[in-house]
Design a protein around this ligand. Sequence first.
Ligand SMILES: [Fe+2]
Ligand SMILES: [Fe+2]
Length: 223
Amino acid sequence: MNEVNKELKDYIRINIFPKYDKFYAHGMLHINNVINNMMMLADYYNLNRNMAYVIACYHDSGLSVDRDNHELASGKILAEDKELQKYFTKEEINIMKEAVEDHRGSRKTRPRNFYGECISDSDRDFDIPTLAKRQINTTLKNYPDIRTFDAHFERCYNYICGRINKSGVFNLWTNNPILVERRDKYQKDYLNKEYTRKIYKEAWDQAEKDGTIDKILNYYEDY
Ligand SMILES: [Fe+2]
Ligand SMILES: [Fe+2]
């Protein structure tokens, strides 16, 4: 397993990660999870680790430019980044661009290349504590009438259970066994309402205490 190129990592830390500063649900909490998932898949399938890393780091960067078509905007940021030409061929940059453009989990057609399948699958939160944190942002930004924990939790719980029950399972393009196992455990745990409620409550209380709720309402820009 080769490490990711150190200079490339430094470049991204200094020039790309700040693009996520004003985001919460799509901020570094999310990006770091996606990086971990993507690097796990890169090891599993013996992919180019530098490419996997770049795809994960850039995949939501376009949110700062165009929220509705952020996949395309992210692909553009990646494809136009001259620094990447030091590390990758034109073909590799094109593969990474297509992967980023195809990452949205709700898409119905298969991503054009395997890196696209991996980033789309890596973008999922099969982790209740992470989802609980990210959904505080979704509720506060999109439901101005909901400002109490109980109403927030009921909204989130109904939404996620609806998705679990409707599709049976969250789609995974790769069907990677590690992700499949994680997904199945996540779905099973989620349906235990008392257990899930406890995790959401901890996330809400923490966000209230450390000022995150305030920051979501007054600083962060993502929805
Ligand atoms: Fe995205
Ligand atoms: Fe994402």
